[in-house]
Write a protein that binds this ligand. Structure first.
Ligand SMILES: C[S@@+](CC[C@H](N)C(=O)[O-])C[C@H]1O[C@@H](n2cnc3c(N)ncnc32)[C@H](O)[C@@H]1O
Length: 285
């Protein structure tokens, strides 16, 4: 059968009722707002799943997702539903702040003791944020062997987590990384025609990935962090969910620890135990 015939068959459309059923579920389970304006976006993202499962109609797909047999499909559905855009050195002012303010303050505080600074990249997508943190921390702390760091990177998308764990990225995505950092922390593919790079083991060993849903009642994380990055995630949630998520994350932030939000996110009109130190950067009260 020709490809365009296949496209016609699999290009099933979502009815308003089907959209409502899915959007209520996605909002209830994952906190992601799905107004009707997103119907076409949802439809085209889910068509990929219909194709993968050889299903012609959304009705069949939705019945499957909500059936006992379809529980694994929910993970794949969320992989295509969530927006995973990210970059190395995204919103670079945050990394300047770490380098110029926070890291020197840790050196003053910890230079005579053995310490591990703990960082959480919450909503890490495919790992670029976590590895940028690793590059900045490793580069700064090179001269201070008593101080180490570890990074916990979590996301709901298993597909994105797999990319993070592999730590392999197209070379063009790493262009933004300063040359001296690239030389130290990126490995080029042996097969030059592939144009892929991999993060060095020295950094990979310090980043641990795990699946975590912000909508869980509490987070199954047994540690307190010095720094939490939760950037460009809360924009997909409503105000109430934002408040709940920031409060739950703050429980895992040390008193005086730092919390970073994305450039278009804020805590205005939200009751959270955070105090602003500069736009989008806060400390735990
Ligand atoms: C736009 S990316 C942000 C990536 C990175 N923090 C950055 O700023 O570049 C948003 C990430 O949030 C994740 N996400 C959305 N809803 C979530 C939820 N309920 N629980 C955990 N992660 C979620 C998505 O899978 C996606 O990878």
């Amino acid at each position: 059968m020709q490809d365009d015939n296949l496209d016609k068959i699999f290009n099933s459309t979502l009815t308003d009722a089907e959209f409502t059923k899915l959007s209520k579920f996605i909002y209830g389970q994952y906190g992601i707002k799905m107004p009707i304006a997103k119907k076409i976006m949802l439809q085209s993202r889910l068509q990929k799943r219909l194709r993968a499962l050889n299903m012609v109609h959304f009705k069949v797909y939705i019945d499957y997702v909500f059936s006992k047999e379809g529980t694994d499909e929910i993970v794949h559905m969320m992989d295509v539903v969530s927006t995973n855009k990210t970059d190395f050195y995204r919103e670079s002012a945050h990394f300047d702040f770490l380098q110029n303010k926070l890291l020197p303050s840790y050196i003053n505080k910890y230079s005579n003791t053995r310490q591990t600074i703990k960082i959480w990249s919450a909503g890490s997508s495919s790992g670029e944020e976590a590895y940028t943190l690793a590059m900045v921390f490793r580069d700064f702390l090179e001269k201070y062997p008593s101080i180490d760091f570890s990074i916990y990177a979590t996301d709901i998308s298993t597909k994105m987590l797999k990319v993070g764990i592999s730590a392999i990225y197209p070379e063009e995505r790493t262009e933004i990384i300063p040359l001296n950092i690239k030389r130290k922390y990126l490995l080029r593919s042996k097969d030059k025609s592939k144009k892929m790079v991999r993060i060095v083991p020295e950094l990979r060993n310090r980043v641990k990935f795990a699946r975590l849903n912000f909508m869980d009642n509490s987070y199954n994380v047994n540690e307190k962090f010095d720094i939490v990055f939760c950037r460009n995630v809360l924009i997909y949630f409503d105000r109430e969910t934002q408040e709940q998520v920031i409060n739950k994350l703050s429980r895992h932030l040390k008193s005086g620890g730092y919390f970073f939000l994305g450039h278009s996110e804020s805590i205005t009109n939200i009751e959270v135990p955070l105090q602003q130190v500069m736009p989008t950067v806060f400390t735990r009260i």
